[in-house]
Design a protein around this ligand. Structure first.
Ligand code: NAP
Length: 336
């Protein structure tokens, strides 16, 4: 019988020590039950938000993954067997499934979606046409309501969600400034994504760099939270909007982390800060795709992939993404 390898969550990780928390297990390839679909995973998406699911915290946007479970995340692959008439063997699909050779899913619960194979590089369904892109669009357009000519700041700007937010804001006619870790990422933001400015937060004083901006920041697409948000708040323009997309600087904490020290600036500058979560937008997010696809096809939207080969190397890819080794989207090639 064919073998299915999968990553099992055995314990809550400490920091980025994932080897002590996960083990690679083996089982026979599962057979789909009524209504279920079996996916042969081609790529796994390494997403920062999943770090929260593997803490014991119960106050997140979804319950923690129980210890002993298969690790879950976004997958891109092909239907290997189906007992749902909407999906046929060979369909290219994206879903929330298991970190495994084969993901066994219930279509509705896993957001199983057929995706177009005719996009050049099908990995773009985890990139410029993927959930990070929909998140970037929702945050900029629906939450921050950015306008042409405004100054937009993006943190974790060279990562998957951030690099797409930078490009979308640029395409919408904004002046875009990115914050990222290290000179190589800053060069990428300026030279390849055409940003007006890039701030290397590992080597520069972010607050001082932002204070030098004329007019302040109209919209902040925040992926990071923590001390970086404190550096930004006093440098927002009056009536500025903050789309709070993520808090990657705090996801490895097993306890709540205190909010911004410069909370006062919300009053002083009449700011709005709005947390948002992509699943709340999914009913209409399909409407964002034609514009994203048009930009992809005309070279106005790109995704660089940081690809790791082999399911057995997924933990290294995951730690690499969480510690900023990736430029663009970190993915793991499983098959295909
Ligand atoms: N709200 C939603 O629905 C939604 C959906 C998707 C993603 N997100 C959020 O988007 C953010 C980015 O996620 P992603 O999956 O696209 O990952 P990513 O940006 O591709 O990778 C994570 C990046 O975070 C940066 N980072 C890690 N620790 C940091 C710290 N302490 N301070 C500053 N930067 C740090 C690293 O870049 P540097 O080298 O620059 O440090 C790293 O490359 C996350 O907060 C995630 O939760 C939210």
């Amino acid at each position: 019988m064919a073998d299915n390898r999968y990553w099992r969550l055995d314990d809550h990780p400490r920091g980025n020590d994932f080897a002590a928390a996960f083990s690679l297990q083996h089982e026979p390839v599962p057979a789909p039950g009524p209504g279920q679909v079996l996916i042969r995973n081609h790529w796994l998406s390494m997403d920062a938000g999943t770090r929260m699911w593997i803490t014991p915290r119960t106050d997140g946007y979804q319950p923690p993954l129980p210890l002993g479970s298969k690790m879950m995340g976004l997958c891109l692959g092909e239907v290997a067997a189906s007992r749902d008439s909407a999906f046929a063997e060979g369909d290219l699909v994206r879903c929330f499934g298991q970190w495994a050779d084969y993901a066994l899913v219930d279509p509705a619960a896993s957001a199983l979606t057929k995706v177009d194979a005719d996009v050049g590089d099908v990995r773009q369904h985890l990139g410029a046409l993927g959930l990070n892109a929909l998140t970037a669009w929702a945050g900029l357009v629906e939450v921050a309501k950015v306008q042409p000519g405004e100054t937009v700041l993006v943190s974790a700007a060279a990562g998957a969600t951030g690099s797409l937010a930078c490009q979308i804001a640029r395409n919408l006619g904004c002046t875009v400034i990115g914050i990222a870790g290290g000179p190589e990422k800053c060069r990428y933001l300026i030279e390849e994504l055409g940003l007006a400015q890039a701030i290397d937060y590992r080597n520069a004083d972010v607050a001082a760099a932002l204070a030098a901006l004329p007019g302040g920041i109209n919209a902040y697409f925040d992926n990071v939270g923590g001390p970086m948000l404190d550096a930004v708040l006093p440098n927002m323009a009056h009536y500025g909007r903050i789309a709070l997309c993520g808090l990657v600087s705090t996801y490895d904490s097993d306890a709540p982390v205190p909010g911004p020290a410069r909370f006062d600036q919300l009053l002083m500058r009449r700011l709005t800060i709005t947390g948002f979560f992509l699943p709340d937008f999914l009913d209409r997010a399909g409407g964002y795709l034609p514009q994203l696809r048009a930009w992809l096809d005309t070279g106005k939207l790109a995704m660089r992939f940081e690809e790791t080969h082999g399911l057995e190397r997924a933990l290294d890819a995951y730690a690499g993404m969480l510690t900023g080794r990736n430029i663009g989207k970190a993915i793991v090639r499983v098959h295909g």
